[in-house]
Design a protein around this ligand. Structure first.
Ligand code: ADP
Ligand code: ASP
Ligand code: MG
Length: 492
């Protein structure tokens, strides 16, 4: 008797049968019909090369900002202003859809869907303008429309271009705690749902398309993963599905040696370790959301950062162990809008339990601390300027004298190859000797060197450091060819 073929359940549709690749496209990669057209072509190319893409998209560029502005206007009672923003967004989504989807039935269905979503959004904005209280929960409900809309439009555009897209509501897969606006992922639930919902769709030859950033708590209420959180969704889905790679498609060629907006001669980093990339993301390199690397590390999945406007470029490969680099640093990150808090408590500082009482204040206000430095009588810490500073200061002043000063920036130089090298700190501070440095730290990981300066000095500091440390970059690690091509074009 012939052996019965094994029954395929979602869980045993394995990696060897599917070549799963998670492809996350950021706001600029779906900003208008032309961008969505490029994105469709990139995904179609992956399908043609035998891969099984799972696509995660952000809201169209700037849509999240506009939605937040509409929410703020409504909360101040400006109903007309809030509805005007919504109406402009409705027109933008309708126009983009009309340009992309020509099939009559599909176009009509899409317009109806867009209108339904905007009608529902307007209802929330009207309610908010009457109640005038914007809770984190309502804020998440409002911003969620960005990704809910973009993912529908992208899925319809894919279908029109012959890519068999299957839309999934991300909120049914990405389950989080109830910390609205910065919710934490519940990995086990996500893994189960992704396996049950996404894998069968892929097995049937579909390309699942879902929104990033948005999620739901276990009661089904909409939550979000924090600004820039679509990268994190991509990584969560990649981790849950045990994908071959997680691709982050954006508007730059990869992770660069500095933010190219600040430093136009920044170079692409070809390869970087998980640890270095996580450090850069945490310390402000906007190209990656800080939590992106975690799911990738857990399953050892390479992350690629790629440019949807220059798809031929090989991008940056983030892997567990990066090759040795001749240059001490890989990249420079800047975290802005920080505040330094100075706490002065003569003789009390080193007494038993004092520090823990002090940190309990930050804990109470759910305020993460970035950098700490202590002396015998004082302690200085840096926190995000959006934190509830007056309340924190009031609580701290029960224990000590407290001063705080905003408009600070943390510059962070990252590179594994600084480990064990002498004289690097001297070179760093020599390069920025014209700038006043407030605090200095070298993390326990020994792969970063960070210091605090005035926000107004940040761009100048980055450019000076870049000029000093990336004069002769290691060609195995950095794309020096691009710099040569540029200098030929500009005749330098
Ligand atoms: P997306 O919308 O695709 O998620 P983001 O705007 O969040 O894109 O991130 C891409 C931007 O990150 C780039 O346009 C660039 O200005 C900024 N950026 C900051 N630091 C870096 C860096 N080290 N390398 C590359 N880009 C960086
Ligand atoms: N749309 C969200 C934001 O602008 C999430 C993202 O783009 O990653 O923050
Ligand atoms: Mg981003």
């Amino acid at each position: 008797m012939a052996a019965m073929p094994a029954v395929k359940t979602p869980a045993n549709i394995g990696k060897h049968e599917m070549k799963l690749v998670v492809m996350k496209f950021g706001g600029t990669s779906v900003e208008d019909a032309a961008a969505i057209g490029r994105t469709s072509a990139i995904v179609a190319g992956r399908v043609a090369s035998g891969k099984n893409p799972v696509v995660v998209v952000s809201a169209m560029a700037k849509v999240t900002d506009h939605l937040l502005r509409a929410a703020a206007a409504a909360a101040q009672g400006d109903r007309t202003g809030a509805l005007a923003i919504s109406s402009r967004l409705r027109a933008r989504h309708r126009d983009t859809s009309a340009e992309l989807v020509k099939d009559k039935a599909a176009a009509a269905a899409l317009v109806q869907l867009i209108d339904e979503k905007f009608d529902a959004l307007d209802e929330v904005l009207r309610g908010l303008s009457a109640i005038r209280e914007l809770t984190p929960r309502i804020s998440d409900q409002i911003v969620s429309y960005g990704e809910r809309l973009s993912s529908r439009i992208v899925a319809a555009a894919f279908c029109e271009r012959g890519v068999a897209a299957a839309h999934i509501d991300a909120r049914e897969i990405i389950v989080t705690d109830s910390e609205f606006q910065k919710a934490a992922a519940l990995d086990d639930v996500i893994e189960k749902r992704a396996t049950e919902r996404i894998k069968p769709l892929v097995a049937q030859g579909n390309v699942p398309v879902m929104g990033g950033f948005i999620a739901s708590n276990e009661e089904g209420l909409t939550t979000t993963l924090g600004r820039g959180g679509s990268d994190y969704t991509g990584a969560l889905v990649g981790g849950a599905l045990d994908a071959e790679t997680i691709e982050i498609w954006t508007d730059v060629d990869g992770i660069m040696t500095a933010d190219p907006r600040v430093c136009p001669d920044a170079l692409r980093v070809r390869v970087i370790s998980f640890e270095e990339a996580a450090e850069l993301a945490y310390f402000g390199a906007k190209v990656l959301h800080p939590a992106t690397i975690l799911p990738a590390v857990r399953k050892n999945i390479p992350v690629l950062v790629l440019n949807s406007r220059n798809a031929a470029c090989e991008g940056t490969r983030i892997i567990s162990v990066a090759p040795h680099c001749q240059s001490p640093f890989k990249s420079i990150a800047v975290k802005r809008k920080l505040t330094i808090i100075d706490i002065v408590a003569s003789r009390m500082l080193m007494t038993h339990g004092y520090l823990s009482k002090m940190f309990a204040v930050f804990d109470k206000h759910k305020c993460p601390v970035d950098m700490v430095s202590t002396s015998e009588v004082s302690i200085s810490l840096t926190v995000d300027s959006n934190s509830s500073l007056p309340e924190i200061a009031a609580d701290l002043s029960k224990m000590a004298d407290v001063k705080y000063e905003g408009k600070k920036a943390l510059v962070c130089m990252v590179g594994e190859d600084i480990r064990g090298q002498n004289g690097i700190a001297a070179q760093v501070f020599n390069a920025i000797r014209h700038i006043n440095v407030r605090m200095i730290s070298q993390g326990a990981s020994e792969i970063n060197m960070s210091f605090m300066i005035d926000e107004d000095d940040a761009d100048e500091a980055v450019r000076s450091l870049h000029a000093a440390f990336f004069k002769e970059p290691d060609p195995a690690i950095f794309d020096v060819e691009a710099r040569k091509r540029l200098s030929v074009v500009s005749g330098q």
